[in-house]
Design a protein around this ligand. Structure first.
Ligand SMILES: C=C(O[C@@H]1C=C(C(=O)O)C=C[C@H]1O)C(=O)O
Length: 446
């Protein structure tokens, strides 16, 4: 007998097999390369900056979800895993012990699956000191230092080969042509000038069609070396190197790096050391765009904090492709009634999407993004990062990145903040400057 469709059938509950983990301190890593030596397989999970961070392999558990409650659902799933877990971690370092990597859809209306992945093996490094964490859901497995080393050795036994750029590698347009996207930007500017909103971030995509399979590990290493001020990430086919930190939590301290305001370094005069300072930090339009982004972040973060500090003026962040106006925000988190501070993921849920990648007001900007971009952002501009069992974590905004859609097809995304004084052709040029890190790391000539 078939079930009448009007009767809701509860989905079977996923049995919670308790995860077991062991963490082993491993001493000093090579200073110059740090964790990058471990970015050796194309299926690696990665979060690295200046040789520190987490590099992981395999999968012990996974959670997927979509919709407006995706952060809450992920938080609950993680809580359930932690309650059932048996964790042996002698270290107090954030990122040691049980961790999950995550990537979340930008949009609450997206069908794209947000995900948390608990790896099998994690190599962590902080200030040159490393550790190894082994995590298993297998009830029969030995959870010992030897088992951890053996599992790591097994993963590193099969490392990825490098790719040589192929003459048939090419870039193809994404959903919108350049002209169509500039029209969308002009429409966005009209909406802003009519007073509906003050800032709107519009993005577009371009697709790299490769003549041979993408060498993800190689791309990640190149990004990490070249964009050493950025956080190089790789979670389940989403890769890139982001300069923007949505929120980092270490014990009771939260930090964010807000960016808005961009100047292309291509064609910048070589003999003018004050150029970026003058053109970027001296521009009313850029400062206005930046102020909107910083107000959005601090306004959303404020209810969770006892103190919050940021510089009164943004600084100029120099990256190989662009300069940005940047502000670092540091806050002390306020303990709740139970004495605990909010977890990094709880803060992500409260902060995303910021005006740096959506606009102000958020709901008006979000609706216009859906109307004007004609594109599924997927995980682009969504939170990407990791968290641990104590609530610590680092969640960047998935920018300057791409989704690997097939071994030879890589979709890249870039967006620009639009204000009343914006110009569509200048925004198009800016979008190319933001595609450049991925295009170069893939070895494509434009
Ligand atoms: C949206 C992106 O970047 C954002 C937009 C910026 C701007 O418009 O000036 C600067 C940094 C980011 O906050 C992107 O890189 O795709």
């Amino acid at each position: 007998m078939s079930t009448p469709s009007s009767i809701a059938v509860a989905p079977p509950l996923t049995p919670v097999r308790g995860l077991r983990s062991i963490t082993i301190p491993r001493g000093q890593l090579d200073d110059s390369t740090g964790l990058l030596d471990y970015v050796a397989r194309n299926d690696v999970h990665t979060w690295v900056r200046r040789g520190d961070g987490l590099v992981a392999f395999g999968e012990s558990a996974r959670f997927s979800t979509a919709g407006p409650d995706r952060f809450i659902a992920a938080q609950q799933w993680w809580r359930t895993q932690l309650d059932a877990a048996d964790v042996d971690n002698p270290l107090a370092v954030p990122g040691s012990g049980l961790v999950a990597f995550g990537s979340f859809a930008f949009s609450k209306t997206s069908q794209h699956q947000s995900r948390l992945i608990v790896p099998r093996i994690v190599v962590g490094c902080r200030d040159g000191h490393s550790w190894l964490t082994y995590i298993t859901a297998d009830e029969g497995a030995d959870v010992t230092a030897d088992a951890a080393e053996a599992a790591l050795a097994e993963y590193l036994d099969e490392t990825a080969i490098e790719r040589v750029p192929d003459t048939s590698d090419r870039l193809t347009p994404g959903i919108l042509s350049e002209e169509q996207w500039m029209t969308a930007v002009e429409q966005g500017i009209e909406h802003i000038r009519s007073g509906e909103l003050s800032k709107l971030v519009l993005a577009r995509d371009v697709v790299a069609e490769l003549g041979s399979p993408v060498a993800t590990a190689q791309v990640l290493r190149e990004l990490a070396v070249r964009y050493s001020d950025c956080w190089t990430y790789s979670v389940d086919g989403l890769i890139g190197s982001t300069p923007e930190m949505l929120i980092k939590v270490e014990n009771s301290t939260a930090q964010a790096r807000v960016l808005a305001g961009t100047l292309d370094r291509n064609n910048a005069p070589a003999d003018d050391p004050d150029y970026a300072q003058r053109v970027l930090a001296g521009s009313e339009k850029q400062l206005h765009e930046h102020q909107i982004a910083i107000d959005s972040l601090t306004g959303q973060l404020e209810p969770f904090t006892s103190t919050m500090t940021s510089h009164s003026e943004p600084f100029v962040l120099e990256l190989p492709n662009v300069w940005h106006l940047a502000s670092d925000v540091t806050a002390q988190l306020e303990p709740g009634a139970d004495g605990s501070v909010p977890t990094s993921l709880a803060l992500v849920g409260a902060l995303h999407p910021t005006a740096a990648v959506c606009g102000t007001p958020t709901t008006v900007a979000g609706a216009l993004i859906r109307e004007l971009e004609h594109m599924e952002r997927g995980p682009y501009a969504g939170p990407v990062g990791w968290m641990d069992a104590r609530g610590n974590g680092e969640w960047g905004i998935a920018l300057r990145g791409a989704v690997i859609e097939s071994p030879t097809r890589v979709r890249m995304y870039a967006g620009c903040g639009i204000v009343a004084a914006s110009n569509a052709a200048a925004e198009l040029a800016e979008s190319w400057s933001k595609f450049r890190p991925m295009i170069e790391a893939l070895g494509i000539r434009r």
